[in-house]
Design a binder for this molecule. Structure first.
Ligand SMILES: *Cc1c(COP(=O)(O)O)cnc(C)c1O
Length: 413
């Protein structure tokens, strides 16, 4: 169910007309729906039922403090990939004891801060990282709880830039090296083997790669238990896809059935790391049309949001719906929607059939809640957009638009 719907031709987020937000905070601006966020989280809880997995929201998808606080309030944990994300989680009131830490390049400083904070699980991605974590644990007189992130070597059948479980991927340790590494870890006094982890990619639209990967990983979990490793957690990663245009990803219920079937008999407490599936369709990016450029070869609509605000189209050839905030009748023509950034890849919506946009008109990029603001940059010295959270008829700014002087904070002339 979408919480972004037209009422009398005007696009609303829950009960709030989006033009009112655009007029009040300006554009570009991200707008999120509390009901969508809560609903998506609740759907995971319901789908997994009595298995009661720990739902570790993947912070990199959208790291706004208010969103982290909302998920923490729903009992969620967090999946982080940096010390900065851990700091955000704690600032938002999230618990380190429900947080798992992935990433191929954790520094000893990041490891120490996380261990000190009482992190649940370090998802270790290489043999050398395991040694570094052991050293940190010994230095602090603690046993760092770890899971190896294994690479199950399955093709997630997603865009090549977001597949992480192939043999050639930089993520995870090779599947066949895992047992030997766990055995070696028995002699490492700064470590405690607490789980096993995998994550095969993002925007997964088929359940068969999930089934294949988790069947392998569950087999490995059982083998490790038989070898007397005191594992408790089986972290199945994230990656469930969403509908941007015509994709038909598995429903949460189907995903849960596949995960539960593949991991039953392990006795493990499941950890999930959903990112996009919780926040992607809970947010839109509002933008205003600046100009048209109508040439014999092409029609362009130039909008005030650019690839610095929403990078996914330039980075992954991603598709975001592009719709007017106020519906208008007219003949549809083919338009490329482009941003102001000086890059040829700053095309946010390509070859769309639209009633020719007018200067000043407001539009929304849909499904922009995940990997939108969290990837925004100041490229071209553009201040990053505001973020707004809607709840029923109310809304509030949860991140101010950056000001011009923020652009050079910390710099010296
Ligand atoms: C990015 C990431 C996720 C979340 O992926 P989504 O596709 O947003 O669900 C989960 N786990 C790890 C290790 C990640 O890097």
């Amino acid at each position: 169910m979408s919480f972004f719907t037209y009422r009398k031709g005007v696009l609303h987020a829950e009960g709030v007309p989006l033009p009112a937000i655009a007029d009040a905070v300006g554009t570009p601006a991200y707008v999120y729906s509390t009901a969508a966020l809560t609903g998506h989280f609740g759907a995971v809880v319901d789908a997994f039922g009595e298995a009661r997995p720990l739902i570790c929201y993947s912070v990199k998808a959208n790291s706004n403090l208010s969103i982290l606080r909302l998920f923490a309030g729903l009992g969620g944990g967090f999946d982080i990939v940096s010390g900065g994300e851990l700091a955000r989680v704690r600032q938002a009131g999230g618990e380190a004891a429900k947080t798992v830490f992935a990433g191929v390049g954790k520094t000893p400083e990041e490891m120490a801060a996380a261990l000190d904070a009482g992190l649940l699980l370090f998802n270790v991605e290489s043999a050398e990282e395991l040694e570094a974590l052991d050293a940190v644990g010994r230095r602090l007189g603690k046993k760092a709880p770890f899971a190896l992130r294994v690479n199950p070597e399955v093709d997630a059948r997603t865009h090549r830039y977001i597949a992480t479980g192939l043999k050639t991927s930089k993520f995870g340790v090779p599947f066949e090296e895992a047992v030997a590494l766990y055995e070696r870890s028995k002699k490492m006094r700064g470590l405690k083997a607490a789980g096993l982890d995998c994550h095969i990619g993002s925007q997964l639209t088929q359940s068969s790669p999930v089934r294949a990967a988790l069947t392998k990983v569950a087999g490995l979990y059982r083998e490790l238990k038989a070898r007397k490793h005191p594992l408790e957690y089986l972290d199945v990663g994230g990656g469930l896809g969403i509908t941007y245009t015509d994709e038909t990803p598995p429903s949460v219920a189907e995903y849960a059935r596949v995960v539960l079937a593949a991991t039953k008999d392990t006795g493990a407490r499941l950890v999930l790391e959903p990112g996009r599936s919780l926040v992607g369709n809970a947010g839109v990016l509002l933008t205003r049309v600046l100009y048209r450029k109508l040439t014999p070869a092409k029609r362009f609509a130039i909008v005030d949001a650019g690839m610095n605000d929403l990078l996914r189209p330039a980075l992954y050839e991603a598709h975001h719906g592009f719709v007017p905030l106020v519906k208008r009748r007219g003949k549809e023509v083919e338009v490329d929607v482009v941003g102001p950034v000086c890059e040829s890849t700053d095309v946010l919506a390509k070859a769309r059939s639209l009633v020719l946009p007018q200067p000043g008109e407001l539009y929304a990029f849909l499904s922009a809640g995940a990997y939108g603001m969290s990837m925004a940059s100041n490229y071209n010295s553009r201040p990053r957009p505001a973020e707004v959270l809607v709840a029923e008829e109310a809304w509030r700014v949860v991140r101010e638009r950056e000001r011009t002087e923020d652009l050079w904070r910390g710099e010296r002339a």
